[in-house]
Design a protein around this ligand. Sequence first.
Ligand code: ADP
Ligand code: MG
Length: 614
Amino acid sequence: MPDIIQLLPDSVANQIAAGEVVQRPASVVKELTENSIDAGSTDIQVIIRDGGKALIQIIDNGCGMSETDARLCLERHATSKIREANDLFAIKTMGFRGEALASIAAVAEVELKTCKPDDKVGTIIRISGSEVIEHEPTSCTVGTSICVKNLFFNIPARRKFLKSTSLELKHIITEFQRAALANPQISFSLHHNGANVYKLPAGSVKQRITHLMGKNLGKNLIDLKTDTSVISISGFIGRPESAKKTPGEQFFFINNRFMRNPYLHKAVVKAYEKLISPDTIPPYFIFLEADPATIDVNIHPTKTEIKFEDERLIWQILNASVREAMGKFAIVPSIDFDTEMVIDVPFFPKSAPVSPPEIEINPNYNPFDSDYSNQSLPKQSSSFHRPSARGWQELFQQEQGKGFEEKAEQQSPSLFNHTDKDLIVPNATERFFQFKNRYILTSVKSGLMMIDQKRAHERILYENYLQNITDGVASSQQELFPQTIELSAGDFTLLQSIINDLSALGVVVSFLGQNTIAVNALPASIKNTNPEQLINNFLQVFKENTGEQTDNPKHKLALSLARAASIPYNRSLEPIEMQDLVDKLFACQQPNLSPDGKPTITTIEVDELEKRFR
Ligand code: ADP
Ligand code: MG
């Protein structure tokens, strides 16, 4: 049998490598800006067309390249940043693999123009799918300009998977923000389809955050500074009132490299516990400095996940640092007890007749429940006197047959057993139990059912809104006092690119410039919605990938509305409210899932419970 193994041609090897390095236009922006930063640039311009699908151009004023380097930089494993394996443990540059340019050149049409400060002429190279088309001297300014056109033009399968212009732009903005935050000493600009999205002058970290995220956040920043032998921490965290429901303002940098680190994220969020609502996230811009030998930047091909030698210790230091920063600003309240602990000891004269004590029970109070807060203090009726046996029977007769069990039977036969006439508890008060102000517990034939209150409510509202929107598309109601909202530059641009979808559904917005919009009208079918929350939710939903319905604007609008209007976690519910919620949930077409596809209900089967008691 003949030998069958061959070495792959470079162009193919590069295309394979590109699979790792270049996922989407934003990856190109990341790699090219990193190169410009490594080249010592003080000004970097990013120019984008059609979410980067048509064009990505990065122009810098860095050190440039010689003619030979310009040709070599497009080869795989060509780098000026490391020379031997040992260098890997002391990396100070953003790049070091020497793979990015070769990979990009393998899957796009690239034009590279570069000139070193002392050279009289520069070099221009055009390369398309790894094939050099032009390579000659040219006159150009000092620095490097790399223009990447028609990404994945030679891999249709990947080109097809690029998302909408606005979504790709959103990813680009994210990468741009990371680079810009880590390098406030460099001026940056970002243009999309001719419009200026960001123009960031060089300045301090705080100025950079303000330019990127808006003045509102800029005013709400708290300094963070801690130095230890293991790690030093600096940067800013947001005051508790700046916490938002949607992510997008959380940034960690390690040695000036953006990193994702869910574990350390918790260290920050935990420090805000009790100061912010649990469904919100505080903004933070945290810069960690550590000896490069104690971190491993190489565990992930795109290098955003980073491993520390002693992550638990860093968790502790970071958590303490954030708490200390807030303490300095007197944001952390002193311990206060929500429940009055004063006990009245009644005075009994010896001669007084003895009667059984009446006990007052607050059924919602659980001393071990950390979620217990003012919000969940029982309202009049739930602090109840235990009813006498006779009263209970009356209640039982009144309530029997009404409500949950019967309705559930009509509406969702599969979930409940028809023949089950003896649901264990007789009325709403005892049939539904709220746990952690988050879940509704109830007994069903097959076991113990748990319902996520927020998701359930989102499902109910979602179906409702979707119906309204479908029935009365574009019937919008003018706002008497149009509310103006300041957005981040990124969100402002994103909104501009999706406004057609929104106005078709009755949301009328005008763009006032300086990242400010006015909400002039909302769909008539949606009353009492807070326009700001709605717009923020809509942007959030737009940035998320919500499954197969992704491109249906009606779905997105209904989902954003449902999110804006649904009851939050940490809200205590009256039994009657729980009953109503559960009834309505089971009247939905899809009660089992939230509108973004997460489970609303889960049941612990009796068998499983029994097993646990064995
Ligand atoms: P890496 O950044 O990992 O070294 P790249 O493929 O991104 O690999 O770049 C290869 C080399 O090309 C770099 O090491 C650098 O010497 C050179 N280079 C790339 N972009 C620039 C730029 N904008 N200015 C100057 N030199 C650059
Ligand atoms: Mg690089």
